[in-house]
Write a protein of this length. Structure first.
Length: 221
């Protein structure tokens, strides 16, 4: 018997390129998942147009119309819960979430961050990696916790930093890997191969002592 499709809600703030990579992979790689809605805190986010083109309900909730972070997050919870999602994917959602929101979706809220966590939490990760003379950089998919960019890491993709890289060239290298990494983790979640128990990530019921390092060949795992 085929498992029930993983029900997903995606949160965005901008162009939604990582969301698009997931949408494309759901179709081309026949991932057993369905995006029920895309929600943006910015009414002009291009990702809303991407969602509409894919016939996915696209909603905007302008955070500036709410009197506090918590009141906005409570309104988001009410909206998201209408879709009863198994998973909430942050795909360029540029707001710090309240503890109430994170706790409400504990274990089913993931994010992608443009660094090899725990290195370079926060913003401007590409320039910071160059300034620190790191030889490698990359992206991490992690469960979201109450600590900014601090939740348990599921998987990472790595790129080399060349002596000719600047922040923009490195950003593009990492973004290419993000577009592979996020759909791959979504596939594993749809297969119910990844779980979170007591802040430990399990893959095929085996606890991970470090993040899975992936590349394009990892689709065959």
């Amino acid at each position: 018997m085929t498992a029930k499709p993983l029900s997903i809600v995606v949160l965005i703030s901008g162009s939604g390129s990582n969301m698009q990579a997931i949408i494309d992979s759901l179709q081309t790689r026949h991932i057993n998942a369905e995006i029920k809605a895309v929600i943006s805190n910015k009414t002009d986010a291009f990702g809303l147009e991407r969602a509409k083109k894919a016939n996915i309900p696209a909603l905007s909730m302008d955070h500036t119309l709410y009197d506090s972070r918590l009141s906005f997050d409570q309104a988001m919870i009410e909206t998201i819960d209408n879709y009863n999602p198994d998973l909430i994917i942050l795909a360029g959602f540029m707001r710090i979430l309240s503890d109430e929101f994170v706790n409400h979706y504990a274990g089913r809220l993931i994010n992608i961050h443009p660094s090899l966590l725990p290195n370079f939490k926060g913003l401007n990760t590409h320039q910071r990696a160059i300034d620190a003379n790191h030889k490698e950089h990359g992206a991490s998919v992690h469960f979201v916790s109450n600590e900014l960019d601090g939740g348990p890491v599921i998987a990472q993709a790595v790129v080399d930093i060349s002596e000719n890289d600047d922040a923009e060239s490195l950003r593009l290298k990492v973004l290419e890997q993000e577009h592979m990494l996020y759909p791959l983790v979504t596939k594993w979640l749809a297969q119910r191969r990844i779980t979170l128990e007591s802040q430990t990530v399990f893959f095929d019921q085996v606890p991970l002592d470090h993040a899975i390092v992936v590349d394009a060949n990892s689709w065959n795992i």
